[in-house]
Design a protein around this ligand. Structure first.
Ligand SMILES: Cc1cc2nc3c(=O)[nH]c(=O)nc-3n(C[C@H](O)[C@H](O)[C@H](O)COP(=O)(O)OP(=O)(O)OC[C@H]3O[C@@H](n4cnc5c(N)ncnc54)[C@H](O)[C@@H]3O)c2cc1C
Length: 416
């Protein structure tokens, strides 16, 4: 049986980068992928445009991964966002920067990112094994034996497990690596959904399906605390809400729900105006459009399909002429525009989440090398490692940085 230096399991961004780096350091590397293509999830990232990284500072990158985000210090410093861009630019792929420092390939196509990775894999003579699923690992002390099913075994000195989390299972991330690592003695931190749409109990939500609200703000009240979001976009779906703003706050919202704290959730539909400014505007507009019916008047403030729900919540007569609207009613309109209530009951679950928070416990991994503290020559890279960030390119950078570090560390560990 041929003995490989390094077997990388999973050909997502983390696994591909790990294999490339180990190959660059002259190791003989095999990458094992159960799909018939590389980077199936990478292909759909950023709506197939691939928000590959972010221009944020090194400290922000660590902050994005929460309380113990400094675990990724070595990975992010070894392969930073700048190095990542240089790596792709060397093969002719250029980047552009969009809002909040989000970096995308100029082609607007994730395919071009995958094309470069394939070029590097070929250049560095990485053996690619598609349609092959790792079933089990046996630690034979001198080497590992990988059971690939149908009496197919691969022997390797080191393994890098880069099988991802458990979100969007159809892309191949079904949690196999987590199960295998657990059997080998690793503990798994709870696999929670991150960047996930939220379910509402409000029955009228179906009537709002498809409405996209731009530049709104989210306000959350729980216990004695308040969260006020930045301005952003929200989309109503047939079950609840989604969109960048919702996905970014979903992790915090899930934590509040899990603690069974009573939570009030509101949308500020006019965050650019204070209550007083909104009042002045309404008084002025009521005067200009004095003969309009209330439901027609609202068209200048809200998307058409949202108006019936808005008026029903107010309990007002839709046909009332605006010059007959009383001060008390005007105040209710302003209050509802500034705090439109939604009742969140749950998330859509980990499979519908863009990222899995949780995974192999970071306390069992050496952050300098990403080698298991329990099993020598076993490494981890990417989403399989506990921890997740908000949207903005941070999660893909984590996959590439940890892949690079694990590939380099595993290669350097092998003494010829
Ligand atoms: C819809 C969507 C959009 C996203 N957009 C962005 C974005 O724009 N920017 C961003 O930063 N992040 C984004 N993410 C998150 C990003 O995709 C992940 O962080 C990233 O893919 C994780 O990379 P990974 O290599 O660790 O795992 P994965 O990409 O999940 O790759 C793991 C691979 O392992 C393979 N595998 C699993 N088990 C086995 C086995 N037993 N044997 C062999 N192979 C196996 C799988 O088939 C898969 O190919 C998005 C996620 C989703 C779902």
């Amino acid at each position: 049986m041929k003995l490989y230096d390094i077997a990388v399991v999973g050909a997502g961004p983390a696994g591909m980068m790990a294999a490339i780096r180990a190959g660059q350091l002259d190791k003989n590397v095999i990458i094992i992928e159960k799909n018939d293509i590389l980077g199936k999830k990478l292909k759909i990232t950023g709506s197939s445009r691939c928000n590959i990284t972010n221009t944020a500072s090194f400290d922000i990158f660590m902050e994005k991964f929460g309380k113990r985000g400094s675990f990724f210090r070595s990975a992010f410093s070894t392969f930073s966002s700048k190095r990542l861009m240089t790596f792709f630019k060397a093969k002719g792929l250029k980047f552009k920067i969009e809002d909040n420092g989000r970096v995308f390939p100029v082609t607007d196509k994730s395919r071009s990112v995958i094309k470069v990775l394939k070029e590097y894999l070929s250049e560095n003579k990485v053996i690619r094994n598609y349609n092959t699923r790792l079933i089990n690992i046996k630690n034979k002390k001198e080497y590992f034996s990988l059971d690939l099913g149908n009496d197919n075994y691969v022997a390797t000195r080191s393994i890098i497990l880069a099988t991802g989390g458990v979100s969007y299972k159809a892309t191949g991330s079904t949690g196999d690596g987590l199960d295998i690592a657990q059997k080998m003695g690793h503990s798994i931190k709870p696999l929670k959904p991150g960047l996930v749409p939220l379910k509402l109990s409000d029955t009228w939500v179906k009537e709002l399906q498809g409405i996209s609200l731009e530049n709104i703000q989210i306000k959350i009240k729980y216990g004695k605390k308040n969260i006020i979001s930045n301005n952003g976009n929200l989309i109503f779906t047939h079950f609840g809400i989604s969109g960048p703003l919702v996905l970014d706050y979903s992790n915090q919202i899930i934590s509040i729900l899990e603690k069974n704290e009573s939570m009030q959730f509101f949308i500020d539909l006019k965050p650019e105006m204070t209550i007083q400014e909104l009042e002045e505007k309404l008084i002025k507009e009521f005067e200009i459009r004095r003969k309009s019916e209330f439901k027609n008047f609202m068209k200048f403030l809200l998307p058409n399909r949202m108006i019936p729900v808005f008026i029903e919540l107010l309990g007002m007569n839709a046909k009332k002429k605006v010059n007959q609207i009383e001060k008390e009613e005007r105040n209710s309109i302003i209050n509802l525009l500034k705090a439109f209530p939604l009742t969140i009951i749950d998330s859509m679950g980990v499979n519908k989440a863009m990222i899995t928070c949780g995974g192999i416990s970071r306390s069992e991994i050496n952050p300098q090398t990403l080698e298991s503290k329990l099993i020598k020559n076993l490494y981890f890279a990417g989403e399989i490692i506990e921890g997740c960030a908000s949207s903005g390119g941070y999660n893909l950078q984590q996959a590439f940085s940890t892949g690079y570090l694990a590939g380099e560390a595993a290669a350097k560990q092998i003494i010829e």
